[in-house]
Design a protein around this ligand. Structure first.
Ligand code: ZN
Length: 531
């Protein structure tokens, strides 16, 4: 039996940009659009050209995507003609494959907010769709407040949807704008809509105000809708939009949907989901939600003793899907009950062979526990864990020693009369009994230290030429009596391999230094550099 196609429409860059505290730059938007495209999303809504300079710039030179790059905006204003509405003209002129109009479909809002007749609103919908189609664009109509509108006046809400479909809109999208509709209501109402408007022209746009945006989206699909709108990690104003990061694996891995539908996301793309979710968090400088379904660090984490030993024998006993399917992995957390098997599992995963009764395993476990108690986070810093394990098992050579370093931050007025802050670092490294001194300059003290440290490590220099720091995150932890700083550094090498290292200290420079050192030593170990 051939499967039906379900379409995914991402609005991270438009509705997701309404999230409290989120402020995308043009560069962010381009990076996210590329990420969505690689994930296999069908439509990427870029923003609202004309509404702000970034979106206007984005649509003046749009990214080259396989996905349909979509511009968002309003239907023509009531009482104006299409040719006399600069907002609409800007939207139609935007370099987009598709245009998503938003229109009111709740009679109350038409009267109170638009202050026009119900018929004039329908005419605005028809005129705008006709104009966009004439310009060669694929057209979608977001019916704002559709579900509340349907409850108040089903006849008018349906008339808006039907007007759009009759005028040739590819999709009529039913929006739960206030996010208060419940799944059984969505299912019932969508089932009514797909009588006059075929389901393969109907989309759902759900907000998460009762934490059911994902459930509402799936309910709409059950009732016949064939496009789902959502955002990465459920970004969006108030409680967010439907989370595509949860919806995608459900559609791919749960038989009710997987047996009936195809989506544009392949199995291989699905396996990048955890990475995509975390890459977005990194871009926003947010800590990933550990408890996020499918992709969170805790989604496949097991702590208690009997669960941990059962899961090692037969993963399916405590996992609803295989973590690898979404690019996540099983975590066996270090704890009093299950520590030893968890550490053994980690050692096995990174390819370190050790006898399960080796006393060094217990010593490593104890060390990890003590370090995590003061702020280290080994789950987030695999490379530092691996180094710690290798050190305790005696397999990390002493490549070089940092004898001394000095970091200097100076603020002064330069020759042009501008106030500038300059950072300088000097590092003394001992390699094979020989001292090497390097200096580095940077836009900040950590950057200067990194530059100096990586400038000259003698015979090992060739191993780290391709090393690059790709992310630097700082968190202040309130552990015990004084605050300590945890630094996580993500590095990448010439082969595109990425790893994360951690440093903890009351002093941010010390914490950063530890993480930088771990990153360099990890690279040397990985490259098989000889001592
Ligand atoms: Zn919305």
């Amino acid at each position: 039996m051939s499967k039906e196609r379900l379409y995914l429409f991402d609005t991270t860059l438009r509705d997701g940009a309404q999230t409290n505290g989120v402020d995308f730059t043009l560069h962010d938007k381009l990076a996210i659009a590329a990420m969505l495209d690689e994930l296999g999303i069908d439509y990427v809504e870029g923003g609202y050209p004309g509404a702000n300079p970034i979106d206007t710039e984005l649509f003046a030179e749009p990214p080259n995507l396989k996905a349909k790059f979509t511009a968002f905006g309003m239907t023509r204003r009531p009482g104006r003609s299409v040719s006399n509405d600069p907002g609409l003209k800007g939207l139609i002129d935007a370099k987009a494959d598709a245009i998503c109009f938003v229109a009111k479909s709740w009679d109350y809002h038409v009267r109170v907010a638009l202050e026009c007749t119900l018929e004039e609103n329908l005419a605005a919908i028809r005129d705008s769709i006709r104009a966009a189609k004439a310009a060669g664009r694929e057209v979608l109509l977001d019916c704002e407040h559709f579900f509340d509108g349907y409850k108040a006046n089903p006849h008018y809400a349906l008339a808006c949807a039907q007007a759009a479909y009759a005028e040739g809109a590819r999709w009529v999208v039913l929006c739960d704008t206030n996010g208060g509709t419940l799944p059984h209501e969505v299912e019932k109402i969508v089932a009514e809509v797909v009588k006059p408007v075929p389901g393969d022209h109907v989309g759902i746009h759900a907000h998460n105000d009762t934490e059911q945006a994902v459930a509402n989206s799936l309910a709409a699909v059950r009732a016949g809708a064939r496009q789902i709108q959502g955002t990465l990690n459920g970004l969006g104003e108030r409680c967010g939009n439907a989370n595509l990061i949860s919806i995608i694996p459900t559609l791919k891995l749960k038989s009710e949907f997987a047996a009936r539908f195809d989506i544009g996301v392949s199995e291989k793309q699905l396996a990048s989901l955890t990475h995509v979710s975390r890459a977005l968090d990194e871009l926003l400088n947010r800590a990933p939600d550990r408890r996020a379904p499918y992709v969170g660090a805790s989604a496949f984490a097991t702590k208690a003793g009997i669960h941990a030993s059962a899961i090692l024998k037969e993963p399916a006993t405590y996992e609803h899907v295989a973590p690898e399917a979404v690019g996540n992995r099983r975590h066996l957390l270090v704890s009093d009950q299950s520590g030893r098997s968890n550490v053994l599992f980690e050692l096995d995963r990174i390819g370190i062979k050790v006898d399960k009764d080796d006393p060094r395993v217990a010593a490593l476990l104890e060390e990890v526990k003590q370090r995590e108690a003061v702020g280290y986070a080994y789950e987030a810093a695999d490379a530092s864990f691996e180094l710690l394990a290798r050190r305790m098992l005696g397999t990390v050579p002493d490549y070089f020693d940092v004898i001394q370093f000095d970091v200097n931050v100076e603020q002064r007025i330069n020759a042009k009369g501008e106030r500038v802050t300059v950072s300088m670092a000097v590092v003394k490294v001992r390699v094979d009994g020989k001292d090497l001194i390097s200096a580095g300059e940077g836009n900040g003290p950590i950057n200067a230290l990194d530059v100096a440290l990586r400038k000259d490590i003698g015979k090992y220099q060739s191993y780290i030429e391709g090393l690059e720091l790709t992310d630097y995150r700082v968190r202040i932890l309130n552990g015990g009596t004084e605050a300590v700083t945890r630094v996580l550094i993500e590095s990448q090498d010439e082969n595109g391999e990425r790893w994360t290292t951690v440093g903890v200290s009351p002093n941010i420079i010390d914490a950063s230094f530890q993480a930088l050192m771990d990153s360099i030593v990890y690279k040397l170990v990985k490259s098989g550099a000889a001592a």
